[in-house]
Structures are given as structure tokens and as C-alpha cells.
Ligand binder design. Sequence first.
Ligand SMILES: [Mn+2]
Length: 309
Amino acid sequence: MDKVYIIGHTSPDTDSVVAAISYAEFKNKIENTNIYIPVVAGEINKATEFIFNKFNIEKPEILNTLENKNVILVDHNEAAQSLTGIESAKIIEILDHHKLDFKYSEPIYVNIKPWGSSATIVAELFLSNNLNISKSTAGLILSAILDDTVITKSPTCTKTDKDMIKKLSEIAEINDWENFGMEIFKAKSGVSKMRDIEVIKSDFKDFDFMAGKFGVGQVETVDLNEFSNRLDSLLIEMEKIKKENNYHSVLLFVTDIIKGGSKILVASREAEKIAEAFNIKLKDNKAYINGLMSRKKQVVPVLTEKFNN
Ligand SMILES: [Mn+2]
């Protein structure tokens, strides 16, 4: 059989990259082949780089198009979040933990579980098939779970994720996984050196709603103050992105993982409606929302309800 590329969404985060690497390892092992190749849809972020250095992992190749390729999609299933060329790709499988928003002309394998990370699903596959997880793969998957669940603080974190964190930290020989999680987030919050556009796009996803196209970015920090003097310049950049790419709205959530809440920044044709949706008052297109940690569970459903009906 021809090569099968395993790939996450554009603007790759740790989970999407790790899910691709670990799932390729699983598939090659269980099918005793080497046709499964993990790739990424763009440059990896600072946290992923930190993790790769720690566990001595090489960066996967960056793919520029999915045109006419065999692919397995991990950590996403909406076409709007796939690399270009998805229309002509042969999709073999999906492994994901997001809501299903997928149409395809053939029946395929779909493995979606409402767990904290895609990597958790891969770990479960290794365990339930009695396959050994190597120390470095355990470290990678552990990192992805800690990152995606904001060190278990996100409402997306399930008991399965917590059990898996325990098992994997033993295999990876990481005694203090909470401290390790903080190291990941600190590696990520080197934002002071990043340009506004890089901050906004570091974890940015598109959603096609009836009202129009939404772009929703999220950036986590261990201290919101790190952002306090650049919120307005971020908004100016978001306004630019909105105009140039014909977005209905561009939103940015700056999540303070210690305080457990997010600052929302809004560039929108209908800012009032967004304020209504979240039940907040915007001041200069900004507001703080206490308890908001998860784009998937606390942002996308709210926007879908308001703008996709
Ligand atoms: Mn994920």
C-alpha cells in the first residue's frame, strides 16, 4: 500500500503533533509496516519544541498540501481546519476529541472520544492492544495530555486522562507531573518576544458558521499581566486579520492558567451579539471571563448556539 500521512490541524499544537507521531508508531507496530508517516501542517510551537528537546524527538516533516494523498486526520475533523488539498485527499481514518463536523463520500473508521486530548486516545490504544509504550513516547503523550487539559484544570479533563497521566508519568519517569506541566506552559509563554500576529496565530482555529467565518485564537499564560500593555495592539492586528480574510469575527482568548479565567478580545461585525452570547459587558472590545479555560467546551458551543442557527 502507498504511504499514509497522519496529520493534525493547521497551526499545530502539541496534541495534534504528538497524536500524529504516536498514532503512526501504533499503526506501524500493529500492522507490522512502515507506511504510516507523521507530518505536520505548519511550524511547531514553542512548547512542542521544548518537549521535543526534552525527549530527544525529531521534528516531523512539514507537508504543504494534502492533494491526492492518503491521510489520517488527527485532532481535528472539520475541513476548515485541515491543510489545503483536503478535497482531493483520500481520507482513511479520523482520530479526534472534537465535535464531529465531517462529511465524506465513503464509510471510514472514525475514533472520537470526549477525552482531554487526542493523545489520550492513542495511549488507550497502545494499552488495550498490550503494546509497550516507550519512555519517550510516554513522555510525548503525557506532555500532550497536560498541555491540552491545562494540567488537568480544564473542564475537558476526564478521569481517563487523569489515570493516563499517572501511568505515563511512571513510564516516562517524571515524578512531579504538575511541575512538568508548568514547565510546558512556561515554555509556551515566551510571548514577550513574539509579534502580535504570532501571538494571535499561535493556536488559531477557523469555524464556518451560518453568520460567517469565525477565527478563534487562544493563548495561555501563567500571568495575564504579561499581556496587559499589548491588548490594544493585539486588537488592531485582529481587526486587520478580520478585514483581510473576510472574517465575521476574530476572537482571542488569553487564558491565565493560574487564575483560571480568560481575557476575551473581540474584533467583530457584531461585537454586541458576542457579548450577549457570553453574557458579558465588553469594554473597549475586551472583558475578563472568570472560569473560562476551554475553547472547545466553553467557547465553540456558545458561538455555535448564537451564530449557527
Ligand atoms: Mn487536542
